[in-house]
Design a protein around this ligand. Structure first.
Ligand code: FBP
Length: 546
C-alpha cells in the first residue's frame, strides 16, 4: 500500500453499482432476444459483408437464469487506442463476471493493444493482480496500443491464439475503429467456425462513439469533468487578476463533445464548436473576427480578460484549412526532398498548391507553417492534432485587434492544451460503475456464446437502479464510408448535433456568457459523499436524455 494515497487506497475497495439484472452473477441473467435488426444505412452492402453476424437481435438482460450451463470460460481482453478512465473497471467487470460462472475461469490480458492478441502476448490476470487496479485510472494493467486488426493474416494469427488458449471469447475495449474491427473479426471467426465470441465495449474520452443504442462511451464523463475543473480554476484566476485572456485547446479529436460539455459546465466567454464552424462554412478570418469582436466588446466594458475554449479538431472543420491540408498532403508526398532541402520551404510548397491556399499558408504564423510542413504521420499526412490551434488563434486575434482603430483595450493571452491530463484520472463514480457494468455485460455475452455484439447499458440518466444492460449487434451501428480509396463498413462517428439539446442549451446562453463573468465552478470530481454530488452524470448525457 505504500504507493497509495488515502483516496486511492479507499477507491480500491469501492464496489461499483451494477444494474439490477446483473446482480446475481452471470448465471443469474436471462437473455431476451428482440427482433431481427439491420444497419443504420447501406443495409444491402453491410449484410453482404457480414453474412454470419448481420441481422442478429438486440439482447436485453433480465434477472433469471442463463440458458447456457455453467462452464469454465477462458476470455481474452484487449485495450485499444487512447486511454480512457474506466478501462480497468471493464476488465474487473469481465473478471468478476466469468469467475461468477466458474471459479476456474481465466482472464488473458493481451498486452499493449491488438498487437498483443495477434502475437499471443498476454498476462494471466489473477485475483491479486486485478485487485491492485480496481477503480483506478489508466490502462497500465495490460497496456494499450493502436495496431489495427484488419488484415486476413492478422485474423488468422488471432485464430491460432484463440485455439491455443481455448478462448471462449475475446473482448475488445476500444473506440469506433476498434469496435468496427472487432465486428469484422467476429464475422471472420464465425465464417471459419471458430467457437470463440468476439465482443466490444465502447471506450473513448472523445464521446463520439454513441448512437441510438450506445448513450455514451466510458471515459468521457471523467475526462470532461477533469478538464472542466481546470477550466473553472482558470476562469476564477482570470476574473481575479483581470489581465489575461486564456485560450484553451481541448482534446477530443474531430468531434467537439468535450468542448461543449466543458462549456456547459464552466460558462466560458467563448467556445468554438467545430461542427458549427463547418455548418456555417466559416473561414479562419471569420472565426478570428468573431473572437476579436468578443475581446473588443469586453475591453470596451473595461474587461481585458476572458476564457476561450477551442476544440482539438477545429482546423479540419474550417473548409479552406481542410483544402490546404489536403493539398499539402498530396504535394508534400511528391516533393518531399525539394521541400526538405529548401531554405524557404513555404515558397517552394506554394509553387505546387493553388493560389488561394498558398495565400492562406503565407498568412499563417511561422510556427504554424512549420507544423503544417514538418509534422507528418507515418502515412505522410499532416498531424492535425499537433497543430497548436490555440497559439494560432492568439496570434491571429492579436493581429486583427492591432488593425482595428476601434480597439482601445489590451490583449494579453495565455495558451493551454488539456488532453493527457484527463485520460487517466481516477474514474468518476459514473465511469467506475458504468465501465464495470459494461465488462460484466461482456461476460454475460461470452457465457451465452453471443458474437459480433457491443456490450450496452442504457437508461443511464436514471441512476444505476434504472440501468438496463444488454448487447447490441455492432453491425447495426455501421454504414459504408470511403477510406483510403475504398468503400468500407464502419461504425458511424457521432459529431455534435447542432439540433441536439446540449448544443441548443449552449447556443441559448453563449451571448450572456461572452458579456459577463457567469463562470460556473463544478469543482473536482467527488468520490465519497452525497449522491447528488458524487453520482452526477454529464450535462451532455442529461440533456440528450430529455
Ligand atoms: P481514442 O479515439 O483511441 O479513444 O483516442 C482518443 C484521443 O485521446 C483523442 O482525443 C486524441 O486526439 C488522441 O487520442 C491522441 O492520441 P495519442 O494518445 O496517440 O497521442
Amino acid at each position: 500500500m505504500e504507493n497509495h494515497s488515502p483516496l486511492s487506497a479507499a477507491r480500491l475497495k469501492y464496489q461499483p453499482k451494477l444494474a439490477k439484472s446483473l446482480r446475481d452473477g452471470v448465471l443469474g441473467v436471462a437473455t431476451q432476444k428482440g427482433e431481427k435488426t439491420q444497419s443504420i444505412k447501406d443495409q444491402e452492402a453491410i449484410a453482404k459483408l457480414f453474412p454470419k453476424t448481420y441481422g442478429a437481435p438486440i439482447i436485453s438482460f433480465a434477472s433469471g437464469k442463463s440458458e447456457v450451463p455453467a462452464r469454465v470460460l477462458n476470455v481474452g481482453v484487449v485495450l485499444s487506442g487512447g486511454q480512457a478512465p474506466g478501462g480497468h473497471n471493464v476488465i474487473a467487470g469481465i473478471f468478476d463476471g466469468i469467475k461468477s460462472v466458474h471459479k476456474d475461469s481465466k482472464l488473458f490480458g493481451f498486452k499493449n493493444g491488438p498487437s498483443g492478441l495477434e502475437n499471443g502476448d498476454y498476462i494471466d490476470i489473477t485475483s491479486e493482480y486485478m485487485d491492485q487496479y480496481r477503480n483506478t485510472g489508466g490502462f497500465d494493467i495490460i497496456g494499450s496500443g493502436r495496431t489495427k486488426l484488419e488484415k486476413t493474416e492478422q485474423f488468422d494469427r488471432c485464430i491460432e491464439v484463440a485455439k491455443k488458449h481455448n478462448l471462449s471469447a475475446i473482448v475488445i475495449i476500444g473506440g469506433d475503429d476498434s469496435n468496427t474491427n472487432a465486428a469484422v473479426l467476429a464475422e471472420y471467426f464465425a465464417q471459419k467456425e471458430v467457437a470463440c465470441s468476439v465482443v466490444g465495449c465502447p471506450k473513448t474520452i472523445d464521446g463520439d462513439l454513441k448512437n441510438g443504442h450506445i448513450e455514451i462511451s466510458f471515459g468521457f464523463d471523467t475526462a470532461a469533468k477533469t478538464y472542466s475543473n481546470l477550466i473553472a480554476n482558470i476562469s476564477r484566476d482570470a476574473n481575479s487578476a483581470k489581465k489575461y485572456w486564456h485560450f484553451i485547446k481541448l482534446m477530443g479529436r474531430s468531434a467537439s463533445h468535450i468542448g461543449l460539455e466543458a462549456a456547459l459546465q464552466t460558462h466560458p466567454n467563448i467556445c468554438l464548436i467545430s461542427e458549427e464552424v463547418a455548418a456555417r462554412k466559416m473561414t479562419l478570418k471569420q472565426i478570428v473576427n468573431e473572437m476579436s469582436d468578443v475581446v473588443e466588446m469586453r475591453a470596451n466594458a473595461g474587461k481585458n480578460f476572458g476564457v476561450a475554449l477551442i476544440p482539438e479538431g477545429l482546423v479540419e472543420f474550417i473548409p479552406e484549412m481542410k483544402t490546404l491540408i489536403s493539398q499539402l498532403n498530396d504535394n508534400l508526398a511528391h516533393h518531399a526532398d525539394e521541400v526538405e532541402k529548401a531554405e524557404n520551404k513555404v515558397e517552394v510548397v506554394c509553387k505546387y498548391i493553388e493560389k488561394s491556399e498558398a495565400e492562406l499558408l503565407k498568412s499563417l504564423p511561422a510556427a504554424i507553417q512549420n507544423q503544417l510542413l514538418l509534422d507528418r504521420d507515418p502515412h505522410g499526412n499532416v498531424q492535425v492534432s499537433l497543430i497548436e490551434t490555440e497559439k494560432l488563434l492568439i496570434e491571429l486575434v492579436k493581429k486583427e485587434l492591432k488593425s482595428r482603430s476601434t480597439f482601445k483595450g489590451k490583449f494579453s493571452a495565455q495558451n493551454h492544451f488539456f488532453g493527457y491530463e484527463g485520460r487517466c484520472a481516477l474514474p468518476s463514480n459514473f465511469d467506475a460503475d458504468y465501465s464495470y457494468g459494461l465488462g460484466f455485460s461482456a461476460a454475460v455475452l461470452a457465457q451465452n456464446n453471443l458474437t459480433g455484439y457491443m456490450a450496452a447499458i442504457s437508461n443511464l440518466s436514471a441512476g444505476s437502479e434504472g440501468w438496463k444492460a444488454g448487447g447490441v449487434p455492432t453491425s447495426m451501428m455501421m454504414n459504408m464510408e470511403r477510406r483510403h480509396g475504398e468503400d468500407k463498413p464502419v461504425i458511424q462517428k457521432a459529431l455534435v448535433d447542432l439540433e441536439g439539446g446540449p448544443f441548443k442549451a449552449f447556443a441559448e446562453k453563449r451571448k450572456l456568457w461572452a458579456e459577463t463573468e457567469s463562470y460556473r465552478h463544478p469543482g473536482s470530481i467527488q468520490y465519497f459523499g452525497p449522491t447528488e454530488i458524487c453520482d452526477q452524470i454529464s450535462l451532455t448525457l442529461a440533456l440528450e436524455s430529455k
